[in-house]
Design a protein around this ligand. Structure first.
Ligand SMILES: Nc1nc2c(ncn2[C@@H]2O[C@H](COP(=O)(O)OP(=O)(O)OP(=O)(O)O)[C@@H](O)[C@H]2O)c(=O)[nH]1
Ligand SMILES: [Mg+2]
Length: 224
């Protein structure tokens, strides 16, 4: 419970046994429930998460977005916060995001990593890719978004049911922000957060995922 409100942390994980330990061990005490959504991990992600008190939901259908589509509606609290299971989003930022949400009576706050507080926390090419995708989103939606790909958000659980989420993959992140900014009832802001290099093996395929995310932005804007 934080400032009188209940909070769930939802974490999608694919083979993050090292990272998820770090994340759960550092989780602030006020977080009421931790939901780890595991997509057929072949390592000990689910055992580690369960052992540290998280609720593990197994989702057979693959994908970052698919994991969130299952995990977010499972939260029964007032607020949802999200982050990766790789230690890249600092746990202290949860409190700051919730404070920003509550102090300003917002519905959705998206963690903004740029400008990076530590330039080494993200590979240069990933910074270039992120910037390019954010510029495309800005041109397509005319909103001053500075980090279209951030995976750390805090929002009122009640708003999610009205979002028309179609992506099961990495574009889920940009799609969620688009749904938030186009919804007239949702008060959306970005909030500057810290970011660290991930723990564990990199799974993202920079070119493949980057191009997929780009095509998704165009498809979402003109064909949906
Ligand atoms: N359940 C589930 N989780 C996934 C899947 N793909 C990625 N994830 C998790 O989603 C989070 C974000 O994925 P990352 O691979 O860290 O993507 P990223 O942050 O853009 O890339 P890095 O810079 O390498 O951290 C991590 O916790 C992953 O374990 C998936 O298919 N299923
Ligand atoms: Mg990550």
């Amino acid at each position: 419970m934080y400032r009188g409100k209940t909070v769930t942390a939802v974490i999608p994980c694919y083979n993050e046994e090292e990272g998820i330990r770090f994340v759960i061990e550092k989780m602030p005490e006020f977080v009421d429930e931790i939901i780890v959504v595991d997509n057929n991990s072949t390592d000990r992600t689910s055992e580690v998460a369960k052992g540290l008190g998280a609720r593990v939901i197994f989702e057979k259908r693959k994908g970052y977005g698919r994991a969130y589509k299952t995990g977010i509606p499972a939260a029964e609290t007032d607020f949802v916060v999200t982050l990766d299971g790789d230690g890249s989003y600092p746990l202290d930022e949860i409190r700051r995001l919730l404070d920003h949400l509550m102090d300003n009576d917002l519905d959705f706050v998206s963690g903004r990593r740029f400008p990076l507080k530590q330039s080494k926390s993200m590979h240069f090419m990933n910074q270039v890719g992120n910037t390019a995708l954010t510029i495309v989103m800005l041109l397509l939606y005319f909103r001053n978004i500075k980090d279209s790909q951030s995976g750390m958000w805090a929002f009122k659980s009640s708003i999610y049911k009205d979002f028309k989420m179609t992506s099961d993959g990495m574009p889920f992140s940009e799609e969620l922000k688009i749904e938030a900014i186009i919804s007239p009832d949702v008060k959306f802001e970005e909030f500057h957060i810290d970011y660290h290099e991930r723990i564990g093996e990199v799974k993202l395929n920079m070119w493949e995922d980057g191009i997929r995310n780009l095509l998704f932005l165009v498809k979402k804007r003109f064909f949906r």
